[in-house]
Design a protein around this ligand. Structure first.
Ligand SMILES: NC(=O)c1ccc[n+]([C@@H]2O[C@H](COP(=O)([O-])OP(=O)(O)OC[C@H]3O[C@@H](n4cnc5c(N)ncnc54)[C@H](OP(=O)(O)O)[C@@H]3O)[C@@H](O)[C@H]2O)c1
Length: 267
């Protein structure tokens, strides 16, 4: 059945592939981007910044005026900062949390009045495997994704009486613009973390560059959307990354932390 779908972050990576695939499947797509893009003409582009609630309000009003409803919101836009927690600038921490977490809150608040009136709707929040296990030198990125996980758990219960579903999707490594868009805090030469940070960051980047293709993500997400009763959470990743999530649950915390740390070159 054709659905009205809003998706953020359609200029690149997972959002772009998903918007294109869902539009090919016949859905009505509204894509939010900070740029007015030259993209598939079937995708309606709305210019908005997820850190600017007024721009989001205007974008949602446009969709409601044209379509009269919103079936699905996919909160996908995001970015990562990287660096030692001690040396991360206040400005970068704010940018990280506002883009990945507060932006989602703003958008959810914009769509809920319409979804409550409809007495149906689905909100899909794109978290990360990094929202289940924190990675070294990605502390604030992980914190932003852990925050999405907590928000989604509470929302799921609050919205049940209104028949609004919450789905959390946790991608593993995908090769997208995410790696080159990562904001790296300037490292001072006397920073005691520097050699370790450089080593770990290079492992993180290598893993991402060897990651899955965004088209795979788009197909998996489309299948989730087709479910009448989707699960609350999904992991979209390689089998190895799914295994890491299981090990995090099963192994003693100190052992898991030491295995994960050693993958990232930390002894
Ligand atoms: N790639 C991975 O390995 C991976 C793994 C786990 C989770 N994820 C998550 O998947 C989501 C998509 O990431 P991606 O890999 O597709 O990265 P990407 O290729 O860098 O795309 C990120 C998208 O987010 C948009 N965006 C960033 N800041 C924005 C803002 N303030 N307002 C509006 N849009 C903004 C960008 O649009 P602009 O054109 O406006 O910059 C871009 O379209 C993110 O939430 C990310 O955390 C990715």
């Amino acid at each position: 059945m054709q659905k009205v779908i809003i998706i953020t972050g359609i200029s690149s990576g997972l959002g772009k592939s998903t918007a294109e695939y869902l539009s090919q499947k016949g859905h009505i797509i509204y894509g939010i981007s900070r740029k007015l893009l030259e993209i598939n003409p079937k995708i309606n582009v709305l210019k908005a910044d997820v850190t600017d609630p007024e721009s989001l309000k205007a974008a949602i009003e446009t969709v409601l005026k044209k379509e009269g409803k919103i079936d699905i919101l996919i909160n996908n836009a995001g970015m990562g900062i990287s660096g030692p927690i001690e040396y991360s600038s206040d400005e970068d921490i704010k940018l990280q949390m506002e883009t990945n977490f507060t932006g989602i809150v703003y958008l959810i608040k914009c769509v809920l009045p319409a979804m409550r009136k409809q007495r149906e709707g689905t909100i899909i929040n794109i978290s990360s495997i990094g929202g289940l296990m924190a990675l070294p030198f990605q502390g604030f990125y992980s914190a932003s994704k852990f925050a999405i996980e907590g928000l989604s758990e509470a929302l799921r219960m609050e919205l049940k009486p209104f028949n609004i579903k919450i789905v959390v999707v946790r991608p593993g490594d995908f090769f997208t613009g995410f790696t080159s868009n990562r904001k790296i805090d300037p490292i001072l030469s006397d920073n005691p973390y520097e050699p370790q940070f450089r080593k770990t960051l290079s492992i993180i980047e290598t893993d991402e560059k060897k990651g899955l293709k965004p088209e795979y993500f788009a197909r998996k997400l489309a299948r989730i959307i087709e479910q009448r009763n989707p699960h609350f959470t999904y992991i979209i990743s390689t089998a190895e990354q799914k295994l890491a999530v299981i090990l995090k649950i099963l192994l003693p915390e100190a052992l898991f932390s030491s295995i994960l740390g050693s993958h990232y070159g930390i002894k």
